[in-house]
Design a protein around this ligand. Structure first.
Ligand SMILES: Cc1ncc(COP(=O)(O)O)c(C=O)c1O
Ligand SMILES: N[C@@H](CCCC[NH3+])C(=O)O
Length: 431
């Protein structure tokens, strides 16, 4: 099995966190997002412990809410000692509604509107990650109007290609996030920021991409950031106390994916940073990381009911499920790999090769191709693994499908954390 928290019970049903997935689907309906809270907590601890052990005091993992965001998650993150990366007022609102402390929020976004800036300042968000000059200017004005000095990090692009999918690669120079170092623009950005009396510049942020399995691309980013930080010290006497290296450690979607040694990567990164600082005589900064996927992806799975099987003679067989790109757009967007299991028939031989398709009016609405299942029948339950990240948050109401419920599992008990949408929810904003 791909993960230790999965099992098969006497009835041949897939279990998650010790709970029968067939019983979960009967109780809460399908499609259903299931999130193993114990696994989320374990993932948080992996980061917390490794960062506490290998990195300077004050170093902290910030959970990236873009990967998963609902009220009930934030008390868990808070209890596990995480900070949080938020990218919109909606994410700020959700985190605060979940009782998360505003000062542990780091506010991202490449186009924060004046309303967003005002809202975040009034909420007392701890740190802004400033993306560009225009934001610097508006943030300076808004902070000044409140007689407040706002902590900020400056987002720079180190020009690293970590060889992940182009669509999820954000560290290269030619992108809409941050200010590039190589072109000299980041140096002007720093000079501008340092001249603003209501902004307290703490250091730099970079994010090189997502689904990265090793420390090496992050070490390359560190080299570039340290050279840059050193140059900024020479130019302005400014010393960065914080280096935020963004998100990106990968997860295993399939058995064939490499395993990721997160503590080992964190240690390698810390060692690399320490050596770089020693060489340059630069004070070792505290480190922030922004893991999203690697905190929640492997804690989540999605349960679907099979509707039918259609074999196109001479081509292939489609198995349709009662969800699809509305609850998981990642295959349609990125041809993302997933492991699909016959949750209600785990003991049977999987000799039926098929494409699992969703129910939207869209030929690209596929969950996965080349899936092996027992000869499927209507009402079978399928589980798609590793859907804890970027499924719930990227879901839509296309075709006016209701979004699924989300159930959290902890210590052998399940509780509803997000209820299923109703038809009334679908028309709630329609006047
Ligand atoms: C700025 C930033 N931080 C953090 C993340 C989270 O990345 P991941 O989910 O790969 O850990 C992303 C998304 O890639 C991001 O753009
Ligand atoms: N949403 C993407 C990753 C983008 C991450 C945000 N920078 C995914 O599902 O993989």
């Amino acid at each position: 099995m791909l993960y230790d928290n999965l099992g098969v019970n006497d009835q041949g049903h897939l279990t998650v966190g010790g709970l029968d997935t067939v019983a979960l689907a009967e109780e809460f309906g399908a499609p259903l997002y299931v999130l193993d809270e114990d696994q989320v907590r374990a993932n948080c601890r992996t980061y917390r412990q490794a960062m506490a052990e290998w990195m300077p005091g004050g170093s902290l993992p910030l959970f990236a809410g873009k990967a998963l965001c609902f009220k009930g998650l934030y008390p868990v993150l808070e209890e596990e000692g995480m900070g949080a990366d938020v990218v919109s007022p909606g994410e700020i609102y959700t985190a605060l509604a979940g009782g998360f402390p505003a000062e542990k929020l780091y506010f991202h976004g490449n186009n924060k509107t004046d309303e967003d800036i005002a809202y975040a300042l009034d909420c007392g968000v701890g740190c802004f990650i400033v993306d560009n000059h225009q934001e610097l200017e508006r943030l300076e004005q808004a902070a000044g109007a409140r007689s407040h000095r706002q902590r900020v990090l400056l987002r720079v692009t180190p020009g690293i290609d970590p060889h992940t999918l182009q669509a999820i690669n954000t560290g290269r120079i030619d992108c809409q996030f941050g200010v590039p170092i190589e072109t000299g623009q980041a140096a002007q950005f720093v000079a501008d920021a340092l001249s603003r009396p209501h902004l307290q510049v703490e250091g730099f942020h970079s994010h090189i991409g997502s689904q990265i399995f090793e420390a090496a691309p992050f070490c390359d980013a560190v080299d570039i950031l340290l050279d840059f930080a050193h140059a900024m010290r020479q130019a302005h006497g400014f010393v960065a106390r914080t280096l935020n290296l963004g998100g990106g450690f990968g997860v295993r979607y399939r058995e064939s994916d490499p395993t990721v040694d997160i503590p080992g990567n964190i240690r390698a990164l810390a060692d690399h940073l320490r050596r770089g600082c020693e060489t340059k005589g630069y004070p070792m900064p505290r480190v922030l990381l922004e893991p999203g996927r690697s905190i929640v992806a492997n804690a989540g799975l999605t349960l679907y009911r099979v509707g039918g099987v259609k074999t196109i003679a001479g081509y292939r067989s489609y198995v349709t499920v009662n969800g699809g790109m509305t609850d998981n757009p990642r295959y349609a967007l990125y041809q993302a790999p997933y492991t699909v299991l016959p949750a209600s028939r785990m003991g049977e031989t999987r000799d039926f090769l098929c494409t699992v398709a969703g129910r939207c009016c869209e030929s690209g609405d596929l969950i996965q191709e080349k899936v092996s299942l027992p000869q499927p029948a209507r009402d079978d339950l399928l589980a798609v693994l590793t859907t804890g990240a970027y499924n719930f948050t990227m879901a839509s109401n296309y075709n006016r499908l209701c979004r699924p419920a989300l159930v959290m599992v902890r210590g052998g008990k399940a509780r509803l954390a997000v209820r299923r949408q109703t038809f009334a929810d679908l028309v709630a904003c329609d006047l």
